[in-house]
Design a protein around this ligand. Sequence first.
Ligand code: HEM
Length: 126
Amino acid sequence: MLEVVHLLGVALLLGNLILLEVRVFGWGAALPVAPLARLSLSLAAAGFALAATSGLLMFGTQSGELLANRVFTAKMVLIMLAGCNAGLFHARGSLQSQDRIARALLLLSSTLWLLVLTCGRWIGYV
Ligand code: HEM
């Protein structure tokens, strides 16, 4: 059940971030960015909360093994980097400017989250 909740959180997080990203890159130009961002970022935040809560509960079932697992460590570092990237994105008003740096930060964001997802799946194999 925890894995199901975890994957639901991952789907909400990545799905909504990618939706906003493609809008900033110019797809669906009829959709206003500000209300779309409010909706998609709220759902993405809810997804992260689900993934983090279920992830911490799964961590509690095998914490010793996971602390010794390098892929798990890499995943936690990547989550922190993705958080810093999101903070920088919003602190510089990227949603308003939608400039080249904003687009670069969005690409970096989806790359980091995809690496988090990859590490999550990889943990069980090392
Ligand atoms: C604080 C946040 C998180 C914690 C503590 C956490 C922890 C965990 C743990 C303990 C597992 C089980 C590993 C195993 O025994 O095989 C796992 C699996 C996984 N995690 Fe996370 N996770 C977090 C956030 C995320 C996020 C944000 C993503 C994706 C963007 C993600 C993607 C995955 C995936 C794809 C799996 C494999 C699920 C499966 O094979 O069924 N995790 N995570």
